[in-house]
Design a protein around this ligand. Structure first.
Ligand SMILES: [Zn+2]
Length: 375
């Protein structure tokens, strides 16, 4: 794009391989979409608080890319948002071991308000859906773990733990497929007391609660009974198995669009080897597309937890940039519109998609927002 017509003068684009390989970002999915009736895009977020600027721009980019690809391919599209209420929300140490309860557990026992917990995400998704005219649906983790392809993948992992452990748990070999105590819902985070057994038609998870002793959870393959948590690598591998299966289930081009943490090293060391172990043929691999990373002023990924821990020492940012509700209260929907416009530029231009952006760059786009010191 000519710098004179650039809406953000001053941006430079270093040459990147994939931007040269593709004429438009739709080229990333073009082959997989051939002969398919629809685009089925998934993205995910842990329900661990209010979305910050990085999460907001990722979700905007998911909708903007989907709209662009649907338009260029002439296919209808749906976005499935995996809302992960299995994120840890309470941490307990007993005899030196780490136990957790999930967001969902704390909602069930009344310690957290489920509506409040998801309201920021739902507000953002509804806004982006209306703006892009792309439909979305929410899929809680409890529903996800019941799906037949997700459980089939679980059974494959349980049956071949020796092959999957170096990929899913390279540090200690303990694959984290975690049941929870049926009485108090404490979960053994590091799977010290866990035994995973694959039988005909089920996965048996044997564990022990520090208060209530040994228990067994049975995950059936042909019914939805049983519940288990999966840590990030396990869930991520189950997800690609699900997306591969959904190609035929929905006659869809299955695409996952996620933040850039899940590209690069994660894709190379976890997803690609797992797809090979699962035996998914290359022409059935789901397509993965990654959104730009939002950087703090030191070049790291913008982190809400670091901001909460170190405050202005970490980043001298208005709190609104770390909390969507505050952002909307302070700057109104003009802020969302400004970020949407930016996301549509990422979707339209390969060089803009395969790039990172600093939080100061994004702040400068928001009408009325103070711009901090340049990095
Ligand atoms: Zn217990």
């Amino acid at each position: 794009m000519n710098q004179l017509t650039d809406p953000n003068p001053g941006l430079y684009f270093a040459p990147t391989g994939i931007a040269h390989l593709t004429g438009t970002n739709t080229d990333l999915v073009r082959a997989a979409a051939r002969g398919r009736a629809r685009l089925r895009v998934t993205t995910a977020a842990q329900l661990n608080g209010h979305p910050h600027l990085g999460t907001v721009t990722t979700i905007m980019a998911v909708f903007a890319l989907t709209a662009r690809m649907a338009d260029e391919l002439g296919l209808p599209a749906t976005i499935v948002f995996d809302s992960l209420e299995n994120a840890p929300a309470e941490h307990v140490t007993i005899d030196g071991r780490h136990y957790t309860r999930t967001v969902g557990d704390l909602i069930d026992n009344g310690a957290l308000d489920g509506v409040e917990r998801a309201s920021g995400f739902r507000r953002l998704l509804a806004w982006a859906s209306a703006r892009s005219a792309i439909a979305w649906q929410e899929r809680p983790y409890a529903t996800y773990q019941e799906l037949a392809p997700v459980r089939a993948c679980l059974h494959t992992i349980a049956s071949r733990q020796g092959e999957f452990a170096p990929v899913l748990a390279p540090t200690d070999g303990r694959i984290r497929i975690r049941p929870r105590c049926p009485q108090c819902r404490l979960m053994d985070k590091d799977a010290h007391d866990l035994t995973i057994t694959a039988t005909d038609g089920a996965v048996l998870l044997d564990s022990a609660c520090p208060h209530h002793g040994p228990y067994r959870e049975t995950i059936h393959l042909t019914s939805t009974s049983g519940w288990c948590d999966a840590n990030t690598p396990v869930r991520s591998v189950q997800k690609v198995a699900l997306l591969a299966a959904e190609r035929d289930l929905y006659n869809a081009c299955s695409v996952s669009i996620d933040g850039p943490d899940w590209g690069g090293a994660w894709f190379a060391h976890v997803i690609a080897p797992a797809l090979a172990l699962l035996g998914v043929p290359v022409d059935q691999w789901p397509v993965s597309v990654f959104t730009p990373m939002v950087l703090d002023r030191t070049g790291g990924k913008l982190s809400k937890s670091l901001y909460v821990k170190y405050g202005r020492e970490y980043a001298d940012l208005p709190p609104a940039f770390l909390d969507l509700d505050l952002l909307l209260d302070t700057y109104g929907e003009d802020a969302l519109e400004a970020l949407w416009q930016e996301a549509t530029r990422w979707a339209a231009d390969t060089r803009r998609l395969h790039r990172s952006y600093t939080v100061d760059y994004l702040a400068a786009l928001i009408p009325g927002a103070p711009i901090g010191e340049a990095a």
